[in-house]
Design a protein around this ligand. Structure first.
Ligand code: SIN
Length: 331
């Protein structure tokens, strides 16, 4: 029996590892300069709750993360969770794309051990930095028995979010993260309080295992606006295996774009209708006759996370549109 849980803290960079020239630099600072041991040094109290072991996995802003980074992070977290002496993992991460990495892990890890992804909106050097409290809350959540089996969690600003739902909704405030159905819970004075479960399948209930994934299909996002031209869409489609179309409103597609997306689908590119609004559902065969065109709809997922799900779903059934559509209603 160990005295405290054994937690591995993986560093990847971001604002939580940033440093500004002065206290007032809350938004202008150098990102990804502190090593993970220096990041943890802002929180000497952290080791009261857990035996913390650190690893520097990456050291870069999360805007740089591509599919190779996702696989690198996923495989390392997966390998750590398999170790009997590891009780949970914290991944420190830039906030910009934290939602994509967290969702990727949520869909692929095969473990009920807690995994918490955490970042900060202000670097440790700034006044009122959220780095120490976010880190402390992450340690409180990852070490709590109630966090087991909930999939990957994102902790920020006193809130615990499921990786499925959370998105970054503000570019500089501390209240930067929101889930359309609310957080799963709060962290109150070091105690996680959960109020609801995520209902969609994740981790051990998905077919994706990182041990078997070495490449992800190329899926791109096209953002709709009135002056978007069909050639641009065609050029993207020519180099992609899948396209998430971030349409206006309920996944609307402008008249002059429809042919380009239909052509893409005829050529075997998977076309997924999403919305650029940031929330809400896309109704199948609503704004467009998806059955006729061979298109898929996202259900309620935002484009950047729909991309992650489509890449994974295409690993199993790259050409089976019914199965791809079903994945959006299940995960
Ligand atoms: C990043 O995502 O790496 C930069 C921004 C941040 O961490 O808040």
């Amino acid at each position: 029996m160990r005295d405290k849980p054994n937690i591995v803290v993986l560093g990847t960079g971001g604002t939580i590892a940033g440093r500004g020239a002065g206290y007032a630099n809350t938004s202008a600072y150098a990102c990804s300069v502190l090593k993970i041991d220096e990041v943890l040094a802002v929180l000497p109290q952290g080791s009261r709750r857990a035996n913390l072991r650190t690893e520097q996995l990456l050291q870069t802003g999360s805007e740089n993360f591509n599919n190779d980074h996702l696989l690198l992070i996923g495989k390392r977290v997966s390998a750590l969770l398999e170790q009997a002496d590891v009780d949970g993992v914290i991944l420190t991460h830039g906030t910009d794309t934290i939602e994509e990495t967290a969702y990727f892990l949520h869909l692929t890890l095969k473990s009920v051990k807690p995994v918490v992804v955490v970042g900060a909106m202000r670097p440790p050097s700034a006044m009122s930095s959220d780095a120490p409290l976010n880190l402390y809350d992450a340690i409180c959540v990852v070490t709590h028995p109630a966090s087991r089996g909930r999939g990957v969690l994102v902790v920020s600003n006193d809130e615990i979010h499921t990786a499925r739902d959370v998105t970054k909704v503000n570019s500089f405030k501390l209240e930067a993260f929101a889930s359309p159905y609310g957080p799963l819970g709060y962290v109150v004075e070091g105690e996680p309080r959960f109020y609801r479960m995520a209902s969609r399948d994740h981790t051990v209930l998905t077919p994706w295992s990182l041990a078997r994934i070495d490449r992800l299909p190329k899926v791109d996002i096209v953002y709709a606006y009135g002056a978007l031209d069909a050639d641009t869409v065609g050029n993207v489609a020519a180099h992609a295996e899948g396209i998430v179309y971030a349409g206006t409103g309920n996944g609307n597609v402008a008249d002059h774009i429809v042919a380009a997306l239909r052509e893409a689908a005829r050529n075997g590119v998977q076309v997924v209708r999403a919305s650029r609004t940031g929330s809400g559902v896309i109704v199948r065969n609503g704004a467009q006759p998806d059955d006729d065109y061979g298109w898929i709809v996202v259900d309620d997922q935002v484009p950047q996370k729909a991309r992650v799900l489509l890449m994974l779903a295409m690993l199993n059934d790259p050409a089976e549109r019914g199965a791809l559509q079903a994945a959006f209603y299940r995960y």
